[in-house]
Write a new protein. Structure first.
Length: 288
């Protein structure tokens, strides 16, 4: 891992997602590691990954990750829960640089926050079916109940963040997460809600309002950015987190589908204007 001795050249961090949700991870990275350069790759032409086989997800994710590697990144953040759940080890094996996913950081933070040693996880159907969060939490001594919430992603992308329909749907899912245990279940009451999808941070104000009292929300996007910042400090790259005297960091986006749609939706996720968006034909790029 390059350190702060890089002089005038900033560390370059690549962020990969199947679409737009990973922009919530990038938003937190910009806050916690503000002096790196960032390349974001949204594979919007091939989403949703959740309906694809593990083999297909791995192939898509590796091609996207290698695209960013060839652009000179020093570290890759897999900001896609499905890709992390189904293909993380294969992505790591395919790249000669450090790779950080979203699941382990979220599970670690949830374990630190839980007093009852029990957590509820809401995520997409593919992530829940993988049981990746369940395994990661179990390794830390945390019992968990996973609930698939397939309607939340389209509601977020529609911009219905505080819509009554979204609130009603979220209440139904949370009832399953916190009240859905079988009668006389030995599992203790969950005191952590782990947001296992990078779209869900946009719903955080709503979720905080309707989540049972005493439950801590853990945002896997924020947890992942914290993990990256901690990793850089451990690698003696603390100046890159705190701010080296180097040229102004750059931010560049790549999208495999409509650039205009990426700009429009991306602004909602990252909370700022999305500029410097380049369309990529990933199949053609792989042949170069």
């Amino acid at each position: 891992m390059p350190s702060s001795s890089r002089g005038a050249k900033n560390l370059t961090i690549g962020v990969f997602d199947s679409g737009f949700g990973g922009l919530t991870v990038l938003k937190e990275l910009l806050r916690l590691v503000p002096h790196a350069d960032y390349l974001y790759f949204g594979d919007s032409a091939r989403l949703p990954y959740g309906s694809k086989s593990a083999e297909t997800v791995a192939r898509y994710a590796i091609s996207s990750a290698q695209f960013l590697q060839h652009r000179g990144i020093d570290l890759l953040v897999v900001a896609c829960n499905t890709a992390t759940a189904l293909a993380f080890d294969r992505i790591k094996a395919a790249l000669p640089i450090p790779v950080i996913g979203v699941i382990e950081p979220g599970a670690k933070r949830a374990a630190e926050a839980s007093r009852s040693r029990s957590a509820a996880v809401i995520a997409t159907e593919a992530t829940v079916a993988s049981h990746a969060y369940q395994r990661a939490l179990a390794e830390r001594g945390i019992q968990s109940r996973e609930v698939a919430c397939p309607l939340l992603v389209p509601l977020v992308e529609e911009g219905w963040l505080e819509h009554p329909v979204t609130e009603q749907v979220a209440k139904i899912y949370l009832a399953q997460a916190f009240d859905g245990a079988a009668p006389k279940s030995p599992q203790p009451a969950a005191d952590v809600l782990l947001l296992g999808c990078t779209h869900y941070p946009l719903l955080r104000p709503l979720l905080e309002r309707i989540t049972p009292e005493g439950v801590t929300l853990v945002d896997s996007a924020e947890s992942t950015a914290q993990a990256v910042a901690e990793y850089l400090r451990e690698c003696s790259a603390d100046a890159l987190v705190r701010g080296p005297s180097s040229p102004k960091p750059s931010l560049h986006f790549f999208a495999t589908d409509s650039v205009e749609k990426f700009r429009r939706l991306g602004e909602r996720f990252i909370g700022r204007a999305v500029e410097n968006v380049e369309h990529v034909d990933i199949d053609q790029a792989a042949e170069v």
